[in-house]
Design a protein around this ligand. Sequence first.
Ligand SMILES: [Zn+2]
Length: 274
Amino acid sequence: MEKLAIKLLCSIFLISLLLHTLPARSQEVDDEREFDYDKNSEKGPARWGEIHPEWGNCSKGSMQSPIDLLNERVEVVSHLGRLNRSYKPSNGTLKNRGHDMMLEWESGAGTLEINGTEYVLKQCHWHSPSEHTISGRKFALELHMVHESQDGKVAVVGIMYIIGRPDSFLSSITDHLRMEAGNGETETVVGVVNPKDIKIGSRKYYRYMGSLTTPPCTENVLWTIVRKVRTVTKEQVRLLRVAVHDDSDTNARPTQPTNGRPVQLYRPDENKDD
Ligand SMILES: [Zn+2]
């Protein structure tokens, strides 16, 4: 009798384990659709802060991102130094997060060093149109390279694009993006991806303290926005949106109040080498 009871308990345990693991995956996808970018929607950017208590920063935070990088307001400095990047090729997976496409390097893809802190490159993803603006101007696309330090601090490097010649990095993953777009898969293993192939092409960059631009809108994110605007084709921007399958044309959060935050523009000293 006791044995039967134990067997029964085991089966119940296994079944409940199964029931819990299976819906958890679809739950994740649902979670990702818990917010959207439609300004008239109940789940739109103006309401993000009300959807979950943990997302409160989205409406109550004082240092939110993105912002407008107003040229007249930035402080031009030469002491920040060149972006100290030591990226390395690493295995990457394309993931549909329901609101964007993300390329994730599961074991990290090298580091970015800022003010003595090492941040490991975890993933990159795209927003269209751009989230940051420069003196009110929006661009066709913005790439975010998300880095994390050992103690959980986040540093994001943003690169903006206008429509023009193809972006070589996006060209290199086009087949995988098409696969995502075609069969609606949520994950595609890409293989080894070298983040060095993501071109910056400029030493100049903006620097300010902000937040994640999607819920939970966590603050104290160290932002670096590359000054040079690069190019991408209309088709490349379209493909990134189609692959998401979310019936939305855009995934850009509107710009947020700066609340007097300093924004610096790093420009190397002409006479020096850095
Ligand atoms: Zn982003």
